[in-house]
Design a protein around this ligand. Structure first.
Ligand code: G
Ligand code: G
Ligand code: MN
Length: 419
């Protein structure tokens, strides 16, 4: 724990930041002297309040000096919480180890006498061996920062440039697509394993760029997640989905469950959940119709906040489905403590179920365990008759996969299953 006196002391310490031009000159000189060095582009921020960003900066400097040695580093502070730092005379191995040490200090809240300080730190790194003019090195470190995650560092590589230009272009196109309302739900049937009846569907987003250009989510959702635009896009998408649903409901007098995928960025956004609540009221959707599919990795990465977010969704009447189950380091313990209604066994297990005894045993056990925990099981990626029969035999609840249907547009889904 850091005492009040230590904090005060820290804040009164005289940190000597260098100016921008001094920093740039210095790097040029490193070159002339053939010194090897690392350039870090570092961002430190408070997770919630920003009133102690300055304290954060002091803590950061204290750690930096402690880990790298005050004599080895020079710091230019470009904005509040943003720094460019050069570290000289190091080998890569040491540098990575020290960076990890720095980051691990910020990973858990810092306890002080006046309360905890929650900080995020991100670091983009470039190594001098790339021998480029200063401006280019700085740009590269910024790119590396852009592609780093909270409490991680990323080291510049050439592909980042390519990715950057593609991402910028894609961002613009995605913004146009949002304005043109081009995101469309496709539907993939959920089938009762015992009766082969269609009992619902997974809704999968597609970007219909033009009539014959259908873009799958893997190509654009990561960009939307990065710039957080996924929130707006998904809300627009859900409105479109619920409009379709309500038309079907009154036309066919049928209600059936729909599963929507949501990612970590969305679940961590309080406003997103409030907006969903409003939309569901506005569209008069019965409780229990919507299930949210969340991935196992979201829970692992957000273990503290996940429980309360999921409880909140449950209170609002939504069901929770754990997607891609078995692909992370498995969360059997979480199944007990989290409010999960459905578990989706990932297709990597289903794939080998008829050829590998081990896969068969694992799936059988997952089904058995879920039954005991009163959790429904969906088996993803069923592609063959043999796989289907096996799963039916094992007592699986619901099946999804190309054996029954691929994800299809609304008209096909309506013609195939609703009429
Ligand atoms: O349909 P396809 O297999 O291409 O989907 C790939 C991934 O995209 C899936 O893992 C799915 O979870 C994700 N995905 C599909 N639709 C949505 C959506 O509306 N929102 C989010 N966040 N992810 C989606
Ligand atoms: O991660 P998530 O479970 O949300 O991803 C679902 C995706 O899996 C869908 O986008 C769909 O395209 C894909 N999928 C569904 N059924 C099958 C299948 O039987 N085989 C394969 N290869 N992919 C499938
Ligand atoms: Mn899914």
């Amino acid at each position: 724990m850091i005492t009040k006196t230590e904090l005060k002391h820290l804040e009164e310490s005289n940190i000597s930041y260098v100016t921008k031009s001094a920093f740039e000159n210095m790097i040029s000189n490193f070159y002339k002297e053939e010194l090897s060095f690392f350039l870090m582009n570092l961002e430190v921020s408070n997770s919630i309040s920003s009133n102690n960003t300055l304290t954060a900066e002091f803590l950061l400097m204290e750690r930096l000096f402690h880990i790298f040695g005050e004599e080895n580093i020079k710091v230019y502070r470009s904005q509040i919480g943003r720094f460019k730092i050069s570290v000289i005379n190091l080998n890569t191995f040491n540098f990575k180890r020290q960076l990890k040490e720095l980051i691990s200090f910020f990973k858990i809240p810092i306890k002080t006498e006046v309360g905890y300080i929650f900080l995020n730190i991100r670091v983009g790194v470039v190594y001098s061996a790339t021998k480029e003019p200063v401006q280019k090195l700085i740009l590269r470190s910024r790119l590396a920062l852009l592609y780093s995650k909270d409490n991680q560092f990323s080291i510049y590589n050439k592909n980042m440039y390519k990715r950057y230009y593609i991402d910028i272009k894609l961002e613009e196109l995605l913004y146009d697509a949002y304005n043109e309302n081009e995101f469309e739900p496709f539907f993939q049937a959920y089938v009762d394993a015992q009766t082969k009846e269609v009992v619902g569907a997974e809704v999968l987003m597609r970007w219909i760029k033009s009539k014959d250009k259908i873009i799958p989510p893997v190509l654009f959702i990561p960009v939307l997640e990065k710039n957080k635009f996924i929130i707006e896009v998904e809300l627009q998408f859900i409105k479109k989905l619920l409009t379709i649903y309500n038309v079907w409901k009154s036309k066919y007098k049928k209600e059936f469950p729909l599963s929507i995928n949501i990612s970590a960025v969305q679940l961590s956004n309080l406003n997103f959940i409030e907006e969903i609540e409003k939309i569901v009221k506005e569209y008069n959707i019965s409780s229990g119709v919507l299930t949210f599919e969340i991935t196992e990795s979201y829970i692992i990465d957000n273990i503290e906040s996940a429980a309360s977010t999921l409880e909140r969704l449950k209170t609002l009447g939504f069901k929770i489905s754990l997607d891609d189950f078995g692909t992370g380091y498995s969360t059997l313990t979480h199944l007990k403590s989290l409010p999960i209604d459905i578990l989706k066994i990932d297709m990597i297990f289903i794939k080998n179920i008829t050829t590998e005894k081990k896969a068969e045993i694992i799936v059988e056990q997952m089904i058995e365990m879920s039954r005991k925990l009163n959790i429904k099981v969906i088996c993803e990626g069923v592609e063959t008759e043999e796989q289907y029969s096996k799963l039916k035999e094992m007592g699986a609840d619901i099946i999804q996969g190309y054996y029954f249907s691929t994800p299809i547009p609304k008209f096909d889904f309506e013609n195939k299953y609703l009429k």
